[in-house]
Design a protein around this ligand. Structure first.
Ligand SMILES: CCCC/C=C/CC(=O)SCCNC(=O)CCNC(=O)[C@H](O)C(C)(C)COP(=O)(O)OP(=O)(O)OC[C@H]1O[C@@H](n2cnc3c(N)ncnc32)[C@H](O)[C@@H]1OP(=O)(O)O
Length: 320
């Protein structure tokens, strides 16, 4: 896969170089930034692993996932992010797997669905290497594909019909934080932190957070998170209404799962209908917000600010 991505990136690079600048409708500085990006991508993808595409022929019918562990027990389907060595960063393939797992969970006979992470992180957000897998249509095509995938991904959470609970076992970053506004309950270890460094990355909010966060915590607190990138402790996130309850890390798993098992014995139809009553009025609005956020991000991904921030991370010059 790495070789293919590298070849695609180099192909885009060659065709971009042949085109005159006026045809690209971007200024020379942007062109230089994009060229640097493509060069970096080519060098990285030729030497490193990339797991950014759904394997053709993978046996989806039997629910085999490469980046998730999905189990169903005691009326609870648990979807666990399982890329602990990458801090559970969400690769392109993993976005697809999460959507598949949620669709399967919406139809299985469990009453509650839980999302959690394996290892020390809950999730470090979008895998920044996703943007190294450039298709023949170039970076514009990549941005378009990403916007469609983002809209579908967030849409799956908006439409999820059963109680959806996040068990946040450690730090959460980016899109793994924003979508928490679409969950029905969020339990967090006191080790967890909540960080949306969009401005630092030249990005803008997604996951409907531009709508849900001001509603949940008020516009002033939402601004600190979504525009200034303030990282919240679990206690702060709880005080602001994003988290339902915080537990000491030493007893987190035991306490949370005991509680969830009790909740899972409640009548499933009643819980499902209550969720509908609570959420349905908002659904249309949430889909509209999701579409707008995805379209704004499609532009952001092509900006110098975003390209430079991504390059800095990939070339190990920057972390959060
Ligand atoms: C198509 C949909 C798009 C939706 C858009 C979403 C927006 C977002 O989600 S924005 C948030 C993006 N995430 C980040 O910016 C986090 C980047 N990661 C970091 O800053 C650090 O890795 C982190 C603070 C999370 C952890 O630091 P450390 O504890 O020091 O661990 P390491 O940095 O050594 O991490 C181990 C290993 O994992 C790689 N990693 C971690 N997170 C990501 C990531 N998000 N994308 C790609 N790779 C990631 C990290 O580079 C390390 O790799 P190696 O050095 O090769 O071991």
């Amino acid at each position: 896969m790495a070789g293919v991505a590298g070849r695609l990136a180099r192909r885009w690079c060659r065709s971009a170089v042949r085109r005159p600048l006026k045809d690209l409708a971007i200024c020379p500085n942007q062109e230089t930034a994009r060229q640097n990006y493509v060069d970096l991508v080519s060098s990285l993808t030729s030497s490193s692993e990339s797991s950014t595409q759904v394997k053709p022929g993978a046996d989806r019918g039997q629910q085999e996932y490469e980046n998730l562990v999905v189990t169903s027990e005691d009326g609870i389907t648990k979807i666990m992010f399982n890329r602990p060595t990458r801090k559970n960063a969400i690769s392109t393939q993993m976005y697809q797997e999460i959507m598949l797992a949620l669709k399967a969970a919406s139809k299985d006979d469990s009453t509650i669905t839980v999302v959690t992470g394996n290892g020390d992180y809950y999730c470090s957000g979008n895998d920044l290497a996703n943007f190294t897998d450039i298709p023949p249509g170039g970076v514009e095509e990549k941005a378009k594909q990403s916007a469609i995938m983002l809209r579908d991904f967030v849409g799956t959470f908006i439409d999820f019909p059963k109680p959806l609970v996040a068990v946040v076992n450690g730090p959460a970053v980016g899109i793994s934080v924003t979508i928490l506004g679409l969950f029905d309950a969020v339990y967090a270890s006191d080790r967890a932190t909540f960080h949306t460094p969009f401005s630092h990355l030249g990005l803008s909010p997604e996951g409907c957070a531009s709508y849900t966060f001001p509603k949940i915590m008020g516009p002033a607190k939402a601004t600190e998170m979504l525009i200034f990138g303030k990282k919240l402790t679990a206690g702060e996130a709880c005080a602001q209404g994003l988290v339902t309850e915080v537990f000491p890390d030493s007893t987190f798993q035991k306490e949370v799962w005991t509680r969830l098992k009790a909740y899972s014995k409640l009548p499933p139809n009643s819980m499902r209908i209550s969720k509908q009553v609570i959420r349905n009025m908002e659904k249309e609005k949430l889909h509209a917000v999701n579409a707008e956020e995805s379209s704004v991000l499609q532009e952001r991904w092509l900006s110098d600010e975003c390209i430079n921030a991504t390059m800095n991370f990939l070339s190990k010059k920057a972390k959060l």
